[in-house]
Design a binder for this molecule. Structure first.
Ligand code: ADP
Ligand code: MG
Length: 238
């Protein structure tokens, strides 16, 4: 069964038709990367999957269930976005535990979950700090920890590394890959970095102007691009 199914999805803002018949099916445990030029609709699609924006028409299924009209909280997903909004007045521990508290997880269980992701992301020594006392990379780890603590069916990452410097980006990319291999989670991940796409993805969806131009393995997309646009975007050999 598919972890995530997007069926004939359309999204307009007023008279602007942004997503035009998007169809994507993602297997459980799959790492799908969305790429495409700025403004092509990647974030709009992520927000639609998350339930942050009502869609115009179509259907979204998570774990086989129709979630099209459910609120974000009623969908079994966790998100990490580019602007990692941590709560400034809460400690790292509080930030990571926040979503668990909202779901009324008992305290002991919550603490165990926080410790588990803190160990995984190597931020145990930072648990009592406030976000303002962290570096950019550390903050991004905390944002990721908050998502991981929830153990949802699907993770959505929208350009999570684009605010980091080049060195840290490579480090975090390696860590995300390890996390995926270790946890076997289903991930939809937006990036404009072709190398990130090629190294992380099981499959890549190349978007243009609100439509998926091609969906395939990195090898297929790179070596057998369906048109000039995909070839140009992925830097395929001529
Ligand atoms: P990407 O993430 O691929 O850069 P977006 O999904 O953010 O692209 O945006 C796709 C298009 O939708 C853009 O033309 C953008 O201006 C438009 N758009 C996005 N959000 C809104 C909104 N809330 N209201 C109106 N237009 C929007
Ligand atoms: Mg975007």
């Amino acid at each position: 069964m598919s972890a995530l199914e997007i069926h004939q999805l359309h999204k307009s803002f007023g008279s602007t038709h942004v997503l035009k018949d998007v169809n994507i099916s993602i297997a459980s445990g799959e790492f799908l990367i969305l790429v495409g030029p700025s403004g092509c609709g990647k974030s709009t699609l992520m927000n639609a999957i998350a339930g942050l924006e009502p869609i115009t028409s179509g259907e979204i299924r998570i774990g086989g269930e129709d979630v099209t009209w459910r609120t974000p909280a009623e969908r079994d997903i966790a998100m990490v976005f580019q602007s990692y909004a941590l709560y400034p007045s809460m400690t790292v521990r509080g930030n990571i535990a926040f979503g668990l508290e909202m779901r009324k997880m008992p305290k002991a269980e919550r603490e165990a979950a926080v410790q588990r992701v803190a160990d995984l992301l190597q931020i145990s020594h930072l648990l009592d700090r406030k976000p303002s006392q962290l570096s950019g990379g550390q903050r991004q780890r905390v944002a990721m920890g908050r998502a991981l603590a929830r153990e949802p069916q699907i993770y959505l990452f929208d350009e999570p590394l684009s605010n980091l410097d080049a060195k840290l980006r490579v480090e975090m990319r390696t860590e995300i890959k390890k996390l995926h291999q270790r946890l076997g989670t289903t991930i939809v991940y937006v990036t404009h970095d072709q190398i990130e796409a090629m190294t992380l993805a099981d499959r890549i969806a190349v978007m243009r102007d609100g439509q998926v131009q091609q969906l395939g393995t990195p090898d297929e997309i790179y070596n057998d691009p369906i048109n000039m646009f995909v070839a140009g975007f992925m830097g395929s050999p001529a």
